[in-house]
Write a protein that binds this ligand. Sequence first.
Ligand code: ADP
Ligand code: MG
Length: 682
Amino acid sequence: MLDLNKNIQYIKGVGPARVKLLNKLGIHTLNDVINYYPRTYEDRSKTKKLSDVYDGEEILIIAKVITKLVVRKIRKGLTIYKVIVSDNSNNCEITWYNQEYIKEKIRQGNTYKFYGKVSNKYGKLEMNTPIVEDMNVSKNTGKIVPIYSLTNNLTQNVLRAIVENAIKEISGRIVETLPDYILKEYNLCNLEYAIKKIHFPNNFSEYNIARKRLAFEEIMIMQLLLMKLKKNYNNELNGIQFDKNIKMSHVINDLPYKLTKAQLRVLEEIDSDMESKKCMNRLLQGDVGSGKTVVSIIASYKAVKSGMQVAIMAPTAILASQHLEEFNKILSKYDIKCELLISSITKKNKNEILEKLKNGEIDIIIGTHALLEENVVFNKLGLVVTDEQHRFGVKQREKIISKGTNPDTIVMTATPIPRTLALILYADLDISIIDELPPNRKKIDTFAVTKSLENRVNNFIKKQINEGRQVYVVCPLVEESEEINAKSVLELAEKYKNEIFKDYKVEYLHGKMKAKEKDEIMEEFKKGNIDILISTTVIEVGVNVPNASIMVVENAERFGLAQLHQLRGRVGRGEYKSYCILKYQGNSDVIRQRMKIMQDTNDGFVISEKDLELRGSGEFFGTKQHGLPEFKIANIYQDMEMLKSIQSIAIKILNEDPELKLEKNIRFKKIIDSKLKERIDL
Ligand code: ADP
Ligand code: MG
């Protein structure tokens, strides 16, 4: 029997040292090896004529060595080897550095295959350290070669050989995971072929066939899983029925502002879920500043007045404290008791809160991860709201839910993604979208600038502060780093405090500081006692300081667009005209395009769509930033059409066979069951 869970140490070519290196890449078993897909490929299959190449191109040539090999010792530790080769269409000078084997290998008059990057300097062709192979050998040329993500001390050749051995081992023994009728109906290759060809395709059409199959499976399983989860919730008509006589309009009519149409619509959706027998699982999506908090406050009112408790989970202590403030502002007059539970409170205080929570004296508990701890026990938890969903994993969400009996849940996220995509990626949740900002929001003017404008930017900041405003400055790093060339909080704080802004009150904030310190600084900033707050993205989510009118982002090129949009959302929350200044380095097209998008639009939906599109070209951040599921091989943007069609296929399958009990679906059932189990074993 083929044991896919076999430890990698038993694969040919893997000794103890390599086990460690492979582990670093997350590879532990035979199964991990064959599923460690290449990052990219090099096409070393087709030769090119030297007369046809362009500067910077990676090519395979077949050429004859027309000079003697010149060996020159430049200095200790540096020897270079040079020859000129010709393929009759043109000549090319080839140089190798310190590669002694070349001396034995290269003979004048012989013809070889060379693969490497060619440069064209005013018509003179050169290649540096190409791969060279004899005409009758095809180990590294003459085919498409997979390129893997590596770790130090592991080479492409070594990893490739290990994968090759692993694949030899599974050959003819890999068990198919998709039902046969699905393979046939959707014209997909079998799993074994897919795995072999994703690593070692002979041409790109083989690669495409393999990729399609693997992406199909990945998306299909995700869809079936999410839909099964949703069916589970919806079939269980054992949710809490909140009191129909408690009217949300009581609170709505008392608010100091009018809710937007979108907020009202979303509240209606929530209200009807809350009153129904079904268990609510709702995603509340809305751009920064669209007013999600007040929606959760009103839902909480309904829950509390129906005799239940509410848990609000925020990703940071700062945000939790701010929520507490807003909840109290609106709910205190209805005799509703809200409390804060974050890790920085005193033990005594904490025990008191836990006690009151347990006996039901506290109606609404607002907190961070601290809410997940074992000793947090509710009297009657009826509603769970998690804010900024992408900071919490599914398991954490399920943990808090398990503290009640089928509580209703609302997941709030500020990452606006197109509705069609949301319906696919959050197929386990019902979706409510706030697609409208409160009126009178002023557009935030955004400027992308390079270093040359630094003085003008600083003067502008001073002018704003002199008018009474406050400023955020966000850096990618906490401290200076040798590897990464980017601004750090500490470095900048030093410079601002002592030089550029020495007449102003400058403070800083970052994630490595103690929660208490962070809260104090944030409190001072809110009170207006700090002019410039330098920080990492800890302030990214949710903080609300209406007097702040400028957001400066250092090394803006290092952030995802959706994240920049979040950061920008920290200003323009009050009556003042607000600005976002994106300082960036580098002048690649993609960077400039990204900056332009930020300047041109304030619409989060447009931005996230562009972000997905641009990241399709392998930019910067993974999907983690978006709270979207991570795929190994499928690509949310590139495979949009496949996502859509697989969704309808999955619906069809589950309509016909909700429990996946039919013989033909048995392979699906096996995978889904094991995935469901994974989710439940917290
Ligand atoms: P987000 O959706 O980003 O969490 P918030 O809930 O923090 O946004 O709301 C941003 C600000 O807008 C808050 O100060 C809130 O009081 C205010 N707000 C919410 N809804 C409205 C509305 N309909 N009209 C005016 N202001 C509103
Ligand atoms: Mg918010």
